[in-house]
Design a protein around this ligand. Structure first.
Ligand SMILES: *Cc1c(COP(=O)(O)O)cnc(C)c1O
Length: 227
């Protein structure tokens, strides 16, 4: 497929997503706002680059290596957040290219991010990832331990807590979205949070209903991951 037709498809997908978000906001959160992040895993840089002319410049990266292999070809307008599971020993590879790290789920990881940020004379924006469904297979902090984790992390000089991130369990139960909203409301003013990152292709409308300020969309934007 030539690039313009790939972009046409993505443009149409984005139009529908924006419409759905705007309807959900009207219905449930009048006056509210939810941003869209384009999740790029397995998507070629050329296809990712379609979004910048559509008023979207926020990218979500899952894997350090994949990001490194594509970063050079991304449009210069890209603002990149790391959203995948991050090993402490890989922080050094992304510390200077990320605008935010959304997947901070332990004090040890936060400490390493803070240490390397300080070395590089910067302060990294972070979100704390919460394993809201208590699923074995997922990373994220235990909701019961979030309060203590936030308290510990807030003492670090090289990171700035901006909010919470979650991947609620599949199945679409409202319970987990509701719990994330409660946690966010509980800690928001104490830690000056302004981002609740939840909602993906299959559940972003529900996430908007429960206060998400940032939805992360991959397949719904770029199509199925079969490149
Ligand atoms: C892959 C991924 C997404 C996007 O998933 P889709 O279902 O393709 O929209 C969002 N967030 C994270 C953390 C992901 O790994």
């Amino acid at each position: 497929m030539e690039n313009s037709s790939i972009c046409d498809e993505i443009r149409e997908n984005l139009r529908v997503i924006r419409e759905n978000i705007s309807e959900a906001l009207d219905r449930y959160r009048s006056g509210g706002k939810t941003d869209i992040m384009a999740v790029t895993k397995t998507v070629p840089a050329e296809a990712v680059n379609c979004v910048f002319d559509m008023g979207l410049n926020l990218l979500g990266e899952n894997r350090v290596q994949e990001y490194q292999s594509k970063a050079e070809r991304y449009d210069k307008r890209a603002e990149v957040h790391f959203i995948g599971h991050l090993q402490t020993n890989k922080v050094k590879y992304i510390i200077n290219s990320m605008k935010m790290i959304q997947s901070v789920d332990s004090f040890k990881l936060a400490q390493e991010i803070s240490r390397l940020s300080s070395v590089n004379n910067k302060v990294m924006d972070i979100l704390c990832e919460v394993n809201i469904g208590g699923e074995e297979s997922k990373s994220g902090a235990d909701p019961e331990e979030l309060e203590y984790l936030l308290e510990q992390i807030s003492a670090l000089d090289g990171v700035r807590i901006r909010g919470l991130m979650a991947i609620p369990p599949p199945g679409g139960s409202d319970i987990y979205f509701g719990r994330m909203q409660e946690l966010y409301e509980r800690f928001k003013s104490e830690y000056n949070m302004n981002i609740l990152s939840m909602g993906m292709t299959h559940d972003y409308v529900q996430a908007v209903k429960y206060g998400s300020t940032l939805v992360r969309i991959g397949t719904g934007l770029f199509g199925a991951r079969n490149y």
